[in-house]
Design a protein. Sequence first.
Length: 255
Amino acid sequence: MNVDSADGVLRLTFDRPGVLNAITTETAARLADAIEDASPEEYHAILITGEGDAFSAGGDIEAMAEGPAGPQAAYDEVTETFGRVVEAMLECPVPIVAKVNGDAVGAGLAIVALSDIAYAAEDATFSCAFVRVGLIPDTGGTFMLPRVVGLRAAKKLAFTGEFFDADRAADLDLVNEAVPADALDERVDETIDQLRERPTEIVGMMKQAMHENMARHWSEALDYENLLQVQARTSEAHAEGVSAFLEDRGREFDP
């Protein structure tokens, strides 16, 4: 996992192109570390992508074959690696953008589903392929995928492990848009530029409210929304937004 940052963007790149960016437990832990350390005071956005022709082929099958002995050791390993990725991505106050430059399979697909915004190259291929190796979806696959694509579609994708193209991924809302491969960088950069112009702290509150409220009764969700809105109204970002509007000038949000 290559970690780099510039211009308020944290760039995380799966960097094992020789094995289609298959994810080891070490890679997952490094991804979780980087996301956990990201703050809205430092970054406007986090970009996740892959090096070479794939986004990620999912968990490293060869590494799985040499995995820990015993259920408890296996539970501890997955909880402390891929499980941490899920928690980090869902709780991160910085918006996460997935640039799906190629195939996203298994845990790779789950990471796309966990991302806040995702764009895919039209020639990218997707599969919830866990069933093909006798596993259930992990990396949040049983939690987030049904919420993104709908329960019935998620069941078919998970039960069959079928492969589908980027246009189908867009139809399912797994990605926001499928674009020609040579236009992918430009489309992602446009969105990141939009995020640079927004108050990251407030975007983080929106994300927090949406995620926390997924399992709440509407009355509890409304109360939580109101509590966060009070925080937003007392923030520097709100003060700057109001001042810029009244003074008819551009907004200047940190970082």
